[in-house]
Each structure stands twice: as structure tokens, then as C-alpha cells.
Design a protein around this ligand. Structure first.
Ligand code: NAD
Ligand code: UFG
Length: 337
């Protein structure tokens, strides 16, 4: 299949591109590089040994996207292009609503006009909000998001649902990611956050490589066994494989479908620090700090549906996630720079 990856130069998009190319698909990466580097394209080509089509364009630019779709005639689109920093979304809500909603509408309009009928969307466990019981199941109500980023995902899911209801030819697969970490085993691609990392694993990796002095653990008074929050961390290559399955599913199924992509097994912040130390033989200096506003105590996925319907399951464990993160970071201490 020809698959257009909107935002395909980013962390999850680049790993998915490798997985799709290695499984015999052709990818077309469209990215404005607002949160990624053009070097990613060279690295994807190096890993796969294949040339990849890449276009520099803003997904909000309908004229550009129409022309790329007409030229490349994809069978399917995967929509990764979005702004994703929770804290920044509180400070810059308009930017988040503009970019995330507008990219979605533009893609759907261009797809309709170009007769492209399959789309897979990067959603997030954040749409389960603050009130659902754990583990999270796809049939639960979404809502009560704790920040504008979460609300953009909520709204985009609704847009996709309404679009699928109105057009019997459309296939929409919503993938709700839990906490993606790790990197491709080659160490050629990985997560390369701009500035101070917001997320746990990139922060740990930068402490390990000496770019940060120590990790601050946000709160040790949560009602968990060690007092730190628990999350469902998933290896980015398992997540990439989930996209492969989703694309194949979208080809054969019309309508609107939601899947959790997680392992179903939560780890606490302290357990992640210990796992990283053990996997890589490196001590991570840390201090306990205040709780971070908006953090939930714990949540994880019920990942049954993806297993039963997509035939997908995770294959990599926490040790793989920690080892591959470090392999990427130590080979690229300053990311792609
Ligand atoms: P990322 O920032 O690394 O990748 C997003 C890519 O989209 C970047 O390359 C960026 O340059 C591009 N982009 C953004 N706006 C664009 C626009 N208007 N036009 C063209 N390109 C644009 O993020 P990621 O971690 O790879 O996440 C991918 C998707 O998955 C996002 O939608 C994110 O919200 C979602 N998601 C991520 C996580 C996570 O923890 N990483 C968790 C849940 C959901
Ligand atoms: N944490 C620290 N110190 C840090 C960074 C994080 O203690 O420097 C803790 C957090 O408090 C949290 C855990 O590590 O308990 C995980 O935090 P992350 O920021 O890595 O991930 P989140 O679970 O907060 O959020 C992630 C994505 C969101 C997405 C959400 C949905 O960043 O985009 O998962 O599951 F919406």
C-alpha cells in the first residue's frame, strides 16, 4: 500500500515509517519539521535501505496537501501531525486548537476530494479523562480532559466519528496510545525533544548522558505502593507495529473503530528509574519534588481488543525499552543536531 504519514518525521511517525517500509509498504512523509529534523529521513533510509518520499509542507495548507495527494495517490493516511506538550497546551490553547483541529479537517477534506478513504489517527489515553475506572476500555465515555491538548484529541475523535457516520466509504481507525518510550534497536532514530524534556524517559536519558544533572520525580505521596505515579509504558516499535495492523484493518473494514495500544502492565516512576539503571548499568540521580499539576495517580490499558481484533500484541518488555532508549541517546547525545 501507499501510505501518507502526516507528521511522519516525528518520534512515532519515523518508527512507524521504518516498520511499514520493512513490511513492504511505500511511505510518503509530509512534515513541516516544526518538531522534528530533516535528518530523520536519511536515518529511515539508512535503516531500511530504501528511498523514502518526503515533502516539506504544513498539513493545514490545503492547496499543498491537495497537490501532494493528487501526485502521490495514497491508499491510506496516518495522522501523526500535532502539537503534544500538555503544559504548553495550557499556556497556548489557541495554537493547539488551531494546529490539531485544522490539520485534521484539512486532511479529511483533501481525502474526500482525492477519493482517499482510509485514515488512522494518533489519539491518546488522555481522552479517558479523570473519572473512568482503570484499566481503560475503549467502550468507556471519553471526556473530562485535564488540559487543552487532551480536549483537542477528544474533539478530533468526535470529528472522525461524525465523518465516518456521514460517509459509508470512510474507514477511520483511532489508536489511543498509552506512554510510548524506547527507540529503534539500530540506535539511528529515537525521541529527540526540543528544550527541556517534558516526559519521563527522555529526561532520564538526558540525565544518563550528562545533559541534565538529575531527575525530579513529581510526587512520592500518591496512593501507590512506592508513592509514585504508575503508567503503561509501551515500546515505540510495538506501537509502530500497531499502526501496520491498523492500516491493514482499515483496508478491509469501513466505519469508525477505536483501539487502545498499551501493554496492560503499569510501572511506577521509581520502577522505571530502577529498570533503566539495571538495563544499562548507569546510576540515575534523582530527587523527589512536588506533584505535577494534572497528573493522575495511575492508569493503564485494557489491550484485549487490539489483540483480538487486530491480532496485535506487544513483544518488547521494560528492559528492551530502557536498553533501546539508551542505545539511541548514547549514540546521539544531542539528538539529531
Ligand atoms: P512529534 O512531535 O515527535 O511528531 C509530530 C510531528 O508532526 C513532528 O514531526 C512535527 O514537526 C509534525 N507537525 C506538527 N504540526 C504539523 C503541521 N501543521 N504540519 C506538518 N507537520 C506537523 O510527536 P510524536 O510523539 O511522534 O506524536 C505523534 C502523535 O501522537 C501526535 O499527534 C501526538 O499527540 C500523539 N501522541 C503522542 C504520545 C507521546 O507520548 N509521544 C502519546 C499519545 C499520543
Ligand atoms: N515524571 C516525573 N519527572 C519528570 C517527567 C515525568 O516524575 O521529569 C512522571 C510524571 O509525573 C508521570 C510519569 O513520570 O507520573 C509519566 O510522565 P510523562 O510526562 O512521561 O507522561 P504522561 O503520562 O504525563 O503523559 C503522556 C504523554 C501525553 C499523553 C499521556 C496519555 O506525554 O501526551 O501520556 O497517556 F496524553
Amino acid at each position: 500500500m501507499e501510505i501518507l504519514l502526516a507528521g511522519g518525521a516525528g518520534y512515532i511517525g519515523s518508527h512507524t515509517a521504518v516498520e511499514l517500509v520493512e513490511q513492504g509498504h511505500d511511505v510518503i512523509i509530509v512534515d513541516n519539521y516544526s518538531n522534528s529534523s530533516k535528518e530523520v529521513i536519511n536515518r529511515i533510509e539508512k535503516i531500511t535501505g530504501k528511498q523514502v518520499q518526503a515533502f516539506e509542507a504544513d498539513i493545514k495548507d490545503k492547496t499543498e496537501i491537495m497537490s501532494i495527494m493528487k501526485e502521490t495517490k495514497p491508499d491510506c493516511v496516518i495522522h501523526f501531525a500535532g502539537m503534544k506538550a500538555v503544559g504548553e497546551s495550557v499556556a497556548k490553547p489557541i495554537d493547539y486548537y488551531r494546529n490539531n483541529i485544522d490539520t485534521t479537517l484539512t486532511l479529511l477534506e483533501c481525502m474526500k476530494e482525492c477519493n482517499v478513504n482510509q485514515i488512522v489517527f494518533s489519539s491518546s489515553a488522555t481522552v479517558y479523562g479523570e473519572e473512568n475506572d482503570i484499566p481503560y476500555v475503549e467502550t468507556m465515555k471519553r471526556g473530562n480532559c485535564s488540559n487543552p491538548y487532551g480536549w483537542t484529541k477528544y474533539m478530533m475523535e468526535q470529528i472522525f466519528e461524525d465523518a465516518a457516520n456521514a460517509d459509508e466509504n470512510l474507514s477511520v481507525v483511532i489508536l489511543r496510545y498509552f506512554n510510548p518510550i524506547g527507540a529503534h534497536q539500530s540506535g539511528e532514530i529515537g525521541e529527540d525533544p526540543q528544550g527541556i524534556p517534558n516526559n519521563l524517559m527522555p529526561y532520564i536519558a538526558q540525565v544518563a548522558v550528562g545533559r541534565r544533572d538529575h531527575l525530579t520525580i513529581f510526587g512520592n505521596d500518591y496512593p501507590t505502593k512506592d508513592g509514585t505515579c504508575r503508567r503503561d509504558y509501551i515500546h515505540v516499535m510495538d506501537l509502530a507495529n500497531g499502526h501496520l495492523k491498523a492500516v491493514e484493518f482499515a483496508r478491509d473494514h469501513k466505519g469508525y473503530h477505536i483501539f487502545n495500544l498499551g501493554t496492560g502492565e503499569p510501572y511506577s516512576v521509581l520502577e522505571i528509574v530502577e529498570a533503566f539503571e539495571k538495563a544499562n548499568g548507569i546510576k540515575i540521580k534523582y530527587e523527589f519534588g512536588d506533584r505535577r499539576l494534572g497528573d493522575l495517580t495511575e492508569y493503564w490499558a485494557d489491550a484485549q481488543k487490539a489483540q483480538e481484533v487486530l491480532g496485535w500484541k506487544t513483544e518488547r518488555d521494560i528492559e528492551d525499552m530502557c536498553r533501546d532508549t539508551w542505545n539511541w541517546q548514547k549514540n546521539n547525545p544531542h539528538g539529531y543536531a
